[in-house]
Design a protein around this ligand. Structure first.
Ligand code: ZN
Length: 114
């Protein structure tokens, strides 16, 4: 890729536009699990077991503790998208930082030129 300053500014502008089109975000992660119950003789305790589910959960850390929220399948679908948006935002911000480093390094270098 070209190392001229203009290319970095163009890239930076594109990243800012990408943030504008991003939908709402959620942090944490989605868990899809099958579980046994405590009913004696239930099929979930047979061998091999037929577990109940799927159950959907949204888990996240709140002040160092894992918090879990049960979701319906429809909600899980939405959360999947929102969590994906959050990860996309992280990737965009990481790229903005990388491009900014190049831009600012260049600016510092230009100022130091005699
Ligand atoms: Zn059961």
């Amino acid at each position: 890729m070209a190392t001229n300053g203009r290319a970095h500014h163009t890239r930076y502008a594109a990243l800012k536009r990408a943030v504008l089109t991003l939908g709402p975000i959620r942090r944490g992660s989605l868990v899809r699990r099958f579980m046994p119950c405590d009913k004696p003789g239930c099929c979930c305790q047979a061998s091999p077991p037929e577990l109940h589910g799927p159950y959907y959960q949204w888990t996240r850390k709140v002040r160092g503790k894992t918090v879990t929220v049960r979701l319906t399948r429809e909600e899980a679908h939405l959360f999947e998208e929102w969590i994906s948006n959050g990860r996309q935002l992280d990737r965009i911000v990481a790229q903005m930082e990388a491009v900014s480093l190049r831009i600012t390094q260049r600016l510092v270098k230009q100022r130091r030129k005699p």
